[in-house]
Design a protein around this ligand. Structure first.
Ligand SMILES: Nc1ncnc2c1ncn2[C@@H]1O[C@H](COP(=O)(O)OP(=O)(O)OP(=O)(O)O)[C@@H](O)[C@H]1O
Ligand SMILES: [Mg+2]
Length: 262
């Protein structure tokens, strides 16, 4: 494994009015990491994803991708470099069938350059490639589900569609903002191998989750945010043994999950 971080956050700060949504957050992400980011509601997790991906401009601080400062680049350029994201509130093209949602990223300059998902060569028939990618993410190829309007897909498939849309870009990093939320235990159980598979394919992941038990099955490192600040970073075991972490969750509805894990 390469010892150079693929992504570095340096003192990333974002204020909204007088509120510090993120306050001097720094960490390194290494290739093939699955870094879990946890923290109570409003602790800055989605803001972090928005800052890395250029959806919002950070107030100050830096993000380096393979050593290059990408802090001031627009979202489309960051995506073009291979940093993809999912949305906590899913954002498919609701009026298109599921597979057509992937045709759009498959026409992106990056997908054209890289050959998309499996890479190597021309993309050819985007519709066929879309179905392949959806199948990789757990859509049943022979069923009607890939052809259903996104507006009619249940949450479980919408979450898979979010991941599939990222894959269509042939990303190096995927930032997953709560891909397990709103899913049943059995739906999460079927998503976990998909996440593991992405890692095996060489994709580096940041996973924001409230579902700690499931997150800790896949994450090798965990960072805890609280009131926009990094509270602790370590292995899942180290993080869960930390008193500050329980205190941070105390009073939030998520405390049960922390306690049942610990
Ligand atoms: N566009 C915005 N304008 C003003 N305040 C914002 C904006 N986006 C986020 N915030 C504030 O920044 C803080 C962090 O919000 P953020 O959405 O990053 O939290 P989160 O950790 O993702 O929470 P959750 O677990 O509920 O998804 C909150 O206080 C939130 O109200
Ligand atoms: Mg959020």
């Amino acid at each position: 494994m390469n010892n150079q971080p693929i992504l570095q956050m340096r003192g990333v700060t974002k204020t909204f009015g007088g509120i510090f949504a993120l306050n001097e957050v720094s960490f390194d992400l290494f290739e093939s990491d699955i870094l879990g980011i946890i923290g109570p509601n409003g602790s800055g997790k989605t803001t972090l994803v928005n800052c890395i991906t250029g959806f919002i401009k950070m107030t100050y601080g830096e993000v380096l991708f393979r050593g290059k400062n990408i802090s001031r680049r627009p979202a489309y350029k960051i995506a073009d470099m291979g940093i993809a994201r999912t949305f906590q509130i899913m954002r498919p093209y609701f009026s298109l069938p599921a597979y057509k949602n992937l045709v759009i990223p498959l026409f992106s300059p990056r997908a054209k350059r890289t050959g998309g998902w499996r890479g190597g060569g021309k993309l050819g028939d985007r519709n066929a490639v879309s179905i392949d990618i959806l199948e990789e993410m757990g859509f049943e190829r022979e069923s009607y589900v890939p052809y259903k309007m996104a507006s009619n897909l249940p949450t479980g498939y919408l979450k898979r569609l979010e991941l599939a849309r990222c894959l269509a870009l042939k990303p190096e990093i995927i930032l997953c903002d709560e891909v397990f939320s709103g899913l049943s235990m059995s739906e999460i159980a079927s998503m976990v191998p998909l996440i593991e598979r992405l890692q095996i394919e060489g994709i580096t992941l940041i996973m924001i989750e409230h579902r700690l038990r499931e997150l800790f099955q896949v994450a090798n490192r965990v960072l805890v945010l609280n009131f926009g600040e990094k509270l602790i970073e370590g292995t899942p075991g180290e993080v869960m043994a930390d008193k500050k972490v329980k205190e941070a969750y105390f009073g939030s509805e998520k405390v049960e999950e922390v306690e049942t894990y610990a």
